[in-house]
Design a protein. Structure first.
Length: 313
């Protein structure tokens, strides 16, 4: 008889997925009676996928200043409902303008000649730790991207400095992304740019914000042809295709790309468009696509789609 192996997770794996330290997990175990891990042959703790899923939800809700004692006692369905409610408030913790101005000035200074190559990474990492990943990508990243782009156009920054910023920012954000949730929340999101579009920091921000909400993202970075987008959608049952284009993207080429996608994507797959390149789009009436002015707006829309999907199951 074939035995079905039930997945279990070590304490280190739970820490990595939830951001909750082993000290916190053991304190909750004693104080609240949850989680109740099993024990291995040597007494090491291991956790079920159901417990890890609940811990993921609790971890996200703790960022809303809710009390652990209240959350631990709630069933998963109630935690999910709370998560849906609080997630609609995304973007309300924008840093004050003076904070953004000072941070942007410090960033540009770190990119000037005379500073070590590590200076930019250390500064970006410090800002991420201070503000949290969600606020960092929603508010600081757009301000940083705009400032670096303008400094490069004004020849106050070299091409090498601009490339260094982009590569360093990508590394910092990718390292901070949470482990994919155990509970796959639909719709899955495919992230890419049209052929010829090399700017993808907007997609990186969206990837981070969606991941924090438990979404599964397939980030294929830049320049994915429409035919390959369609292949991935069918192969992986993608529910949302998110495409970003900067102001450098030729409007006619972007319009043709969007037209090809809207004609070929399945009816149950939504096309999202974002970035400055959308301003020059010549969209035909009836095109099945949605334009977003920022990533936070797109995240809120995904949350409503995910909620509607759960209610239909």
């Amino acid at each position: 008889m074939t035995q079905i192996k039930i997945p279990v997770f070590s304490q280190a794996q739970v820490e990595q997925r939830t951001g909750l330290s082993r000290e916190v997990l053991r304190k909750w175990e004693l104080r609240y009676g949850f989680p109740q891990p099993g024990r291995g042959a040597r007494g090491q703790r291991h956790y079920s996928s159901n417990d890890v899923h609940k811990l993921e939800l609790i971890s996200r809700l703790l960022r809303q200043d809710l009390r652990a004692g209240t959350l631990v006692a709630l069933p998963v369905a109630a935690l999910q409902a709370l998560h849906d409610e609080y997630s609609t408030q995304t973007g309300q913790n924008r840093p004050p303008p003076e904070t953004l101005t000072q941070a942007t000035h410090t960033l540009l200074e770190s990119l000037l000649p005379g500073h070590s190559l590590e200076a930019t990474g250390l500064f970006l990492q410090s800002q991420l730790l201070v503000h949290g990943l969600d606020n960092f990508v929603a508010h600081l990243m757009p301000a940083f991207n705009l400032a670096v782009g303008e400094a490069w156009l004004d020849q106050r920054l070299s091409i090498a400095a601009e490339h260094h910023y982009t590569a360093t920012l990508r590394q910092v954000v990718l390292r901070a992304l949470p482990e994919p949730s155990l509970n796959i929340k639909l719709p899955q999101v495919l992230l890419t740019t049209p052929p010829g579009e090399l700017h993808s920091l907007g997609l990186l921000a969206l990837h981070a914000q969606l991941s924090l909400e438990g979404a599964h993202c397939i980030n294929l970075d830049c320049q994915l042809p429409a035919t390959e987008v369609l292949r991935v959608v069918h192969d992986f049952q993608v529910g949302v295709v998110a495409v970003s284009a900067s102001g450098c993207m030729p409007a006619l080429e972007f319009t043709h790309y969007v037209d090809a996608l809207t004609r070929t994507l399945p009816e149950d797959c939504t096309l999202w468009l974002g970035g400055q390149g959308c301003a020059a789009l010549n969209l035909k009436e009836g095109m099945n696509c949605t334009l977003f002015k920022d990533t936070s707006q797109a995240v809120r829309h995904w949350l409503s789609l995910a909620k509607a999907h759960r209610e239909c199951v």
